[in-house]
Design a protein around this ligand. Sequence first.
Ligand code: CAO
Length: 442
Amino acid sequence: MSIKEIVVPDIGDFDSVEVIELLVAEGDVVQVEDSLITVESDKASMEIPSSEAGKIIKLKIAIGDNISEGSVILMMEVDESSKASAALTEKPQEERNTSKPEPQKESSHEKMAAAKSTPAKASAGKASGDKPSPTAKIDEVRFSKAYASPSVRRFARELGVDLGNIEGSSRKGRINRDDVKGFVKKTMASGASGGASLGIKPMPEIDFSQFGETENQALSKINKLTGEFLHRSWVTVPHVTQFDEADITEMEAFRKQMGKEMEREGIKITPLAFIVWAVVASLKAFPRFNSSLDASGENLILKKYFNIGVAVDTPNGLVVPVIKEADQKSLVEISQEIRELAIKARDKQLKPSDMQGGCFTISSLGGIGGTRFTPIVNTPEVAILGVSRSKMEPVWNGKEFEPRLVLPLSLSYDHRVIDGADGARFTTHLSKMLTDIRRMMV
Ligand code: CAO
């Protein structure tokens, strides 16, 4: 073993070029010709390959440094013995690729990126099967126009990523390796059929301040997590929303009567507790609504427990704590648990376990207003109930119009698991339970 300095080779007419990318890190093991860094002059960018094989001990340069021929890039631990034995079996040095890098010729970013004349290592990558992934369509024109170094282009091609869809975060908008990784992660998080793989072009960046005063507000962590989650569900689940309504005149009369009696004990029962009960009864009647598709998408996992998620609106965004074993709890217990979970949610005191294990979610906007809405299924659950504000309405009883309190219900479901007829059967059953709460005891 010996420690060697790896220096910048003859880079032609270029003198004092800026390091714009480190392609290796300390501890990495590299082979001869592996790219080490990318440098950029005002004319072109190029990758500097390694003249030796070995383990990188210390990087001697950083992004932003200016280097010329002879500058030390890094210190490398080189195994001379393996080199000697390799030399016996390999072709002589002169017959192999030279380590002298070939710069991309164009001067502007677009031209530079569009250059077909990539360094020796880049073309080697192409020869070794560097084709667009079959899973993603690459627009070659946009790909070639993207501003990225040859190694990042190669990396993107290996992953089947169209650079034309990525905003570069490096200086002057150059796309780096982390931008490509971030794009892949985002696409994966938003479901296998996210926008990019659907061939949807990204939103153009608009400077809204050109139209009037604006203020930038960062999204909260909850906003971002919920956003990713809802986006995945919206894109991957074929949603149908079934609207219905329940006559809750009797239920409300009972609730108000109970409310008065329990007020002294500090207990408050809102319509939501009755709805949780009615949902449990309906899940028992329609077990498919209490299921999840397995990872293969070929089997349904039916759940024999009844954990009901309740969407809670907090200043930091939407969270969904879960009432565990709701089938085992009384109306008072459910009411108190909703209250406690909502307080915990608003005080940011919910633990991950408070939000896990849900079977079905209820999103109630009844305390706020609105007539109907289309909730998004809280995957991997297969259905969600949206509840809007109840309203006194004239209802025909066969002889005359009667004032009745009507509760609007909106059931969104995953159409891969639930057919439209069952969607309507479920809301009809739910409505019956709420209209005559005695049915829930049966
Ligand atoms: N119709 C009419 N009134 C209703 C009602 C309905 N469907 N639901 C609740 N109310 C009334 C309650 O009785 C209460 O009235 P009083 O104060 O006069 O007794 C009032 O509205 C406020 O209720 P609440 O909202 O505090 O309590 P809740 O149990 O109904 O709901 C909670 C609790 C945590 C679910 C709710 O506060 C909340 O955060 N809702 C928002 C959920 C959300 O953002 N969903 C959208 C997600 S996107 O799908």
